[in-house]
Each structure stands twice: as structure tokens, then as C-alpha cells.
Ligand binder design. Structure first.
Ligand code: HEC
Length: 182
């Protein structure tokens, strides 16, 4: 009898431990095939670091891999930037050029590097037109490389969309690197 009680307590304790783990800020990935609703910065960072790691993205075609300054508004991210995109975003291009608006779940990441080449920030655009946190159809956020939030997507791109609507931005689904293509 005592042994039974002991086992029940042990099981309950284990469950409390693993349940708490599941409620961690980054949450657990959804079952395969389920479309994820991106609802927090931790959620978005987990996508770009684990579910679809940005290190595997393709460099923005026909643009210098690392570049500095010169575009109207490119003072935002200094001194060097490196822009890459996930496979879904790449598929939306035709011969590497802009063809049509990006489909939902397209991801574009801009690494911001210091003069020594070390990454200081990751600026992220995640296409999710029906997300209540979207601005101009995208989620906008900036993270430190360790995942801490620098600019939260809950701001709905308040500090981002103005600049991304400059020049050719509106004709390119608010993606400004097309203006850097050779
Ligand atoms: C002062 C203008 C300005 C502001 C503000 C700005 N951006 Fe940008 N952003 C640019 C320009 C210009 C580019 C093109 C690459 C370059 O020249 O740096 C760019 C490129 C990007 C890219 C690569 C995709 C693309 O559009 O080419 C991402 C991702 C990005 N920005 C995210 C953000 C986020 C997130 C914010 C807000 C937190 C933000 N940007 C605010 C000007 C701006």
C-alpha cells in the first residue's frame, strides 16, 4: 500500500516536471503537418533557429553577400548586412528576381555584423498575412544572436514598415534588398 502511494507521488512529480517543461516560453513544436501560428518572439526565434535554421538559408540572389550602406534608409542596420531566405521564399522568385508577393511562411533574415564580421543582430521578416501582429503582411522582429529580443514582433513593425515602404519597397512586397540586385 505504501509503495503504491509512493509510486503515485513519483508519477505526479514527474508529470509536473515534464508539463512545466512543455510550457517553456518557446513552447514545443506543433505535430508534423500542422501549420504553426506564430504568436510570440520566442516562437519566432525558435522557428529561425531550430525548425528552419537561418544558417541553412540561401543568400539573396544577385546581391553582394555582405554589404554596407548606400540605399535610401540603409542607415538602419550598420555597418554590414548579409541577407538570406528560406526555401519557400526562394521559390517565389523567378530566376532570382522579384516575380510575385511572397507566400505565407516565407522567411527573410538579415544578419547585422560589426566591422570584425561578428553578428550583432538578426532582423527577421516572416510572411503571415492573417496574423494579427503582421504589418504589411509580415511579422517584424530583431533578435540578439542568443535569442533575446531586441525589437518585438508585437510592435507590428511600427519602426520598420515606414522604411521598407520607401523607394521600390511597395513594388517588391516591402523587401528592399531587390534594389541591391545586380
Ligand atoms: C531606416 C530604414 C529602415 C528601417 C527603420 C528598417 N529597415 Fe530593414 N532594411 C532597410 C533597407 C534599406 C534594407 C535593404 C538592405 C540594406 O540596405 O540594409 C533592409 C533590409 C531588411 C531585411 C532583409 C529583407 C529586405 O527587405 O531586403 C530585413 C529582414 C529587415 N530589413 C528587417 C527589418 C526590421 C525587422 C525592422 C524593424 C525592427 C527594419 N528592418 C527596419 C531599411 C530599414
Amino acid at each position: 500500500m505504501r509503495l503504491n502511494v509512493f509510486i503515485i507521488i513519483l508519477t505526479a512529480g514527474f508529470c509536473a516536471y515534464s508539463c512545466r517543461d512543455k510550457q517553456s516560453p518557446s513552447g514545443t513544436p506543433p505535430p508534423e503537418g500542422m501549420v504553426e501560428v506564430v504568436s510570440s518572439d520566442a516562437n519566432l526565434f525558435r522557428i529561425i533557429s531550430q525548425t528552419q535554421p537561418y544558417r541553412n538559408y540561401t543568400l539573396f540572389p544577385h546581391a553582394d553577400s555582405v554589404t554596407a550602406g548606400s540605399l535610401n534608409g540603409s542607415t538602419a542596420h550598420r555597418p554590414l548586412v548579409r541577407v538570406s531566405m528560406n526555401a519557400l521564399a526562394l521559390d517565389a522568385l523567378q530566376s532570382g528576381r522579384y516575380a510575385a508577393p511572397f507566400p505565407d511562411r516565407s522567411i527573410i533574415v538579415k544578419k547585422i555584423k560589426d566591422d570584425d564580421g561578428a553578428t550583432t543582430l538578426l532582423a527577421v521578416m516572416y510572411k503571415d498575412r492573417n496574423n494579427p501582429l503582421a504589418g504589411n503582411g509580415w511579422l517584424w522582429a530583431e533578435f540578439y544572436p542568443n535569442g533575446a529580443t531586441f525589437i518585438s514582433m508585437t510592435q507590428r513593425g511600427a519602426g520598420c514598415t515606414g522604411c521598407h515602404a520607401l523607394e521600390m519597397g511597395p513594388q517588391h512586397d516591402f523587401v528592399r534588398t531587390f534594389e541591391r540586385q545586380r
